[in-house]
Write a protein that binds this ligand. Structure first.
Ligand code: AMP
Ligand code: ZN
Length: 458
């Protein structure tokens, strides 16, 4: 039986799609004003694992992930600077829709590269908010006709949460005492009301209410319902989206259509770095390419993530990741050594593995089953190999493709040797090792924090 913890009911529930074998799944995607950080990537590894588990259970999954390329302010609750405008300033791009598109394309491409590096299957649909403006305007019109909106002149069109008897049914709402002060300044009727459309006379699109751009929440309602229908199966995101973004998505979608919006809401817990929340102000934002420069293969990061449950907070340290990388490399090595000829999947292990992942994505248990299988002398090498590779369709660790691993392995040992040579002030050996690393396609920089490797020509 496949079960998921549904934030909506606050319980683990058996999963049954609306129209089996089809499953419609929507994942809140990135705001493409900058590179996503490794915490964001946890949300996408989780969504990908969910998709793989569903597919392995015989479901036909249509996965939709949005690209937010307009309208997301630094605070999820309609205040602060527009993130895309911030990106335009940072990169010296013109404050125009064309400039915004260029910025979005730049970071969407980098995002897609990160997905590929982590062996995250490409969502079948990756729609951009700016390509779906009419769809968003349409929902706002429907809400307006039903009396759920009001206008704050010079500011925007707002959703009136007072009119929605079920507002906040996903739970987790921020206490009123914490949102009241902000709301008083903004002339909103209620402290939890939120923007559907923001007026902007310079940057934006024409609408029945005036030129401007959509609010961040309406984007997800429009793009999910466009591809998956007004009621669909699964909606995911990080837990930070529960209090505001997802409650707002539900409110505007369900009041526009009169139907249930998403049926199962799954949320991943946060990744912290060195026990701190990842944030620009703390200066601890790590991106995938930085890990790669330090000689970590992205799949080792994926492995390390899977050793934690998606609903448990994880604390990232370089030390923990490197231990994860060692384990991952060992895993690949062991599987590589096995002879595949004539093996069949071991039913008992396969069942235990599937029971683990089908129980609300128990990936830590699933990884433990994999290790146990590899150590079990009662299972033949050929059966082990075939069974491990069957697990890998769910884990997505490319356990049979050793290229990336071999390269990162080699580089790491060269870096270690070079470090030792430098400590011994043996500059000739150090320079020779640098040349060897260059042959593998990386430049080495010596920094106060130690050696850094950078892919050549980047
Ligand atoms: P955002 O661009 O802020 O909407 O974030 C993209 C996705 O990453 C969302 O699903 C967030 O909930 C999620 N997210 C943001 N920060 C973290 C973190 N530190 N750990 C895990 N997920 C995160
Ligand atoms: Zn969203």
């Amino acid at each position: 039986m496949l079960t998921f913890y549904n934030t909506l009911s606050r319980t683990k529930e058996p999963f049954e799609p609306l129209v089996a074998p089809h499953v419609g799944m929507y994942n809140c995607g990135p705001t493409v004003y900058d590179r996503v950080h490794i915490g964001n990537l946890r949300a996408y590894v989780f969504a990908d694992t969910l998709r793989r588990v569903l597919t392995t259970n015989g479901f036909d999954v249509l996965q939709v992930m949005n690209i937010t390329d307009v309208g997301h302010l630094t605070s999820d609750a309609d205040s602060g600077e527009d993130k895309m405008s911030k990106g335009l300033k940072r990169e010296g791009l013109p404050m125009t829709l064309v400039g915004m598109r260029e910025l979005a394309e730049r970071y969407t491409k980098v995002f897609e590269e990160d997905l590929a590096s982590l062996n995250i299957l490409h969502p079948q649909e990756l729609p951009r908010a700016t390509d779906n403006i009419p769809e968003q305007i349409d929902i706002i019109k429907r809400l307006e006709e039903k009396g759920f909106t009001y206008i704050i002149p010079g500011d925007g069109v707002y959703f009136d949460t007072e009119k929605d008897a079920h507002y906040g049914r996903l739970g987790g709402l921020t206490p009123l005492s914490d949102v009241r002060a902000d709301a008083e300044e903004s002339h909103k009727h209620g402290p939890r009301d939120f923007a559907l459309w923001k007026f902007n006379t310079e940057l934006g699109w024409e609408s029945p209410w005036g030129k401007g751009f959509p609010g961040w929440h309406i984007e997800c309602s429009a793009m999910s319902m466009k591809y998956l229908g007004e009621t669909f199966d699964i909606h995911t995101g990080g837990i930070d989206h529960i209090p505001v973004h997802h409650n707002n998505e539900i409110a505007q979608s369900e009041n526009a259509t009169g139907k249930v919006f998403a049926r199962y809401w799954l949320h991943n817990a946060f990744l912290n770095i060195d026990n701190e929340k990842i944030s620009k102000s703390l200066g601890n934002v790590l991106v995938l390419s930085t890990l790669q420069e330090k000689g970590v293969t992205p799949l080792a990061y994926r492995y390390w993530l899977l050793t934690g449950h998606y609903r448990s907070e994880m604390n990232f340290t370089m030390e923990a990741l490197l231990a994860g990388q060692n384990a991952y490399l060992k895993l690949v090595e062991r599987i590589r050594e096995l002879d595949e000829e004539g093996g069949t999947v071991n039913d008992e292990y396969y069942k235990r593995f599937m029971d683990a992942v089908n129980d609300d994505l128990g990936t830590p248990q699933a990884v433990a089953v994999l290790w146990e299988l590899l150590k079990d002398e009662a299972v033949s090498p050929a059966d082990k190999k075939v069974t491990a590779l069957a697990f890998d369709t769910v884990l997505g660790l490319k356990l049979d493709s050793v290229e990336a691993v071999a390269v990162s392995n080699d580089i790491q040992s060269l870096l270690d040797a070079r470090q030792a040579a430098r400590e011994a002030k043996d500059w000739t050996t150090s320079d020779n090792l640098r040349a060897d690393i260059e042959k593998l396609g990386f430049d080495v920089k010596d920094t106060p924090d130690g050696q850094k490797i950078i892919p050549k020509n980047s």
